[in-house]
Design a protein around this ligand. Structure first.
Ligand code: APR
Ligand code: PHB
Length: 393
């Protein structure tokens, strides 16, 4: 027995992109149905980055989802950068007049799920066999299984918010889509520890032993990362080994202040840059990780996804308000213009601060010289700050 459902916008993926899009459309009275492969608890168990651009906070505020973020988030007016034992600060406020907010992506996702509960629009969890049909017609459809039953959804539009491993990107014919990818020969080993952060702001550390990052979630929950070989497994690293390696990559005065403890989460992330063009095909649109991936160095993953959702929600709201589809037709070009700038910044910051295994001594000198120039040059620091706090939509 097949269940037939109807909605205006079918959204595949109940992560930040799908939830935020559903919220912005729902507030304008546009019906959405979110299809999520996992349980809500599983989605909320993911540990992701926690730096929100000014523009991201504005969009979350417009979505009515920023109350807790404004209460519990931490405003950061700058960040520290170190090279071996030397460190300096990039003053976002002085250079751009803007700041960033440190607030875990898991909490953003939790706030978005709570907002969807209030909105009362449907979300189907633990769906399977999602297949997208007829996107080149005016009556696209999504077929799936849910609760042991076949479900067929008819809709006006389908939006793929199903991440890098989702199905929506593959719906664009292979000869019509172009994929751009760079896989980095290293990963990030990250831990969460119930310890006070070592600094008040983030510290991006470059050292001959590799990159390290000191971040945080709150005054008693710290997030640390060290660059690791691509095939590293979290199980291969004891807490003691992690702390020892982290300290060896930090300036000595910082390492001496580091408060270590038992980690409550340990995981390895592979680093890649990826973009698919176009980000739309017929009545299918892609947002977030479904269309692009960045290395986490510039904290651009969620923020770039929010940019996509900002553009697409505006375009869909206009279409349902007055029938004009101009912005919808231009969505891919508009979104990609900002995506590629985020890709460039993330690639640049990753290349600047990480030591590629067996890189040449010349390449190492180039990194050292670029960090020295950044340390001394206000214009160079302004470029970093403008990209970090977020380029305009
Ligand atoms: N059917 C239904 N849901 C799916 C399918 C599928 N075939 N494939 C994947 N999903 C779900 C995943 O379970 C996940 O919850 O789509 C969701 C995609 O969420 P994310 O991967 O978090 O991507 P996005 O919402 O675009 O958020 C981007 O999340 O991964 C981080 O670094 C990334 O910060 C960025 C942000
Ligand atoms: C994090 O807090 O997890 C984080 C912060 C900044 C980054 C990456 C990750 O660039």
């Amino acid at each position: 027995m097949t269940q037939h459902l109807r909605t205006q916008v079918a959204i595949i993926g109940g992560g930040p992109s799908g939830l935020l899009l559903g919220q912005l459309l729902g507030l304008q009275g546009i019906d959405t149905l979110i299809l999520e492969r996992q349980t809500r608890a599983h989605v909320l168990s993911r540990i992701r980055a926690g730096v929100l651009e000014t523009g991201t906070v504005d969009v979350l505020r417009r979505a009515g989802c920023a109350d807790r973020l404004e209460r519990e988030g931490f405003i950061h007016h700058g960040t520290m950068i170190s090279c071996d034992d030397d460190q300096f600060r990039i003053d976002f406020e002085a250079l751009t007049g803007q700041s960033v907010t440190v607030y875990g992506q898991t909490e953003v996702t939790r706030d978005l799920y709570d907002a969807r509960d209030t909105l009362g629009h449907p979300t189907l969890h633990e769906v399977g066999d999602v297949a997208i049909h007829d996107v080149e017609t005016d009556t696209p459809a999504v077929h799936l299984t849910h609760g042991g039953r076949k479900v067929q959804i008819t809709c006006d539009y389908v939006v793929g918010c199903d991440g890098y491993h989702g199905v929506s990107r593959q719906t664009i014919p292979g000869d019509k889509r172009q994929e751009f990818e760079k896989v980095y020969p290293f990963g990030w080993l990250g831990v969460l520890s119930e310890t006070p952060p070592v600094e008040d702001e983030l510290l991006y550390a470059s050292s001959a032993r590799g990159f390290a990052l000191c971040s945080m979630r709150n005054e008693n929950l710290s997030r640390y990362y060290i660059q690791c070989p691509a095939k590293t497994t979290a199980e291969a690293w004891s807490d003691a080994a992690f702390w020892e390696e982290l300290q060896r990559r930090l300036p000595q005065d910082v390492a001496a202040r580091l408060i270590t403890g038992t980690t409550v989460e340990k995981s390895v992330a592979q680093l890649r840059s990826f973009v698919v063009e176009p980000m739309q095909w017929g009545r299918l649109f892609l947002c977030g990780d479904a269309a692009h991936i960045v290395p986490p160095t510039g904290a651009k993953g969620l923020n770039t996804a929010v940019g996509d959702v900002h553009y697409l929600s505006d375009a869909l709201i206009q279409r349902y308000a007055d029938g004009c589809t101009k912005a919808l037709e231009g969505y891919s070009a508009t979104a990609l213009a900002r995506v590629w700038k985020a890709e460039r910044f993330s690639w640049w910051m990753t290349s600047l601060l990480h030591h590629v295994p067996a890189q040449s001594s010349f390449d190492t000198r180039m990194q050292t010289a670029e960090i020295a120039f950044l340390r001394a040059n206000r214009a160079a620091q302004t470029v970093l700050a403008q990209n970090y706090v977020g380029l305009p939509f």
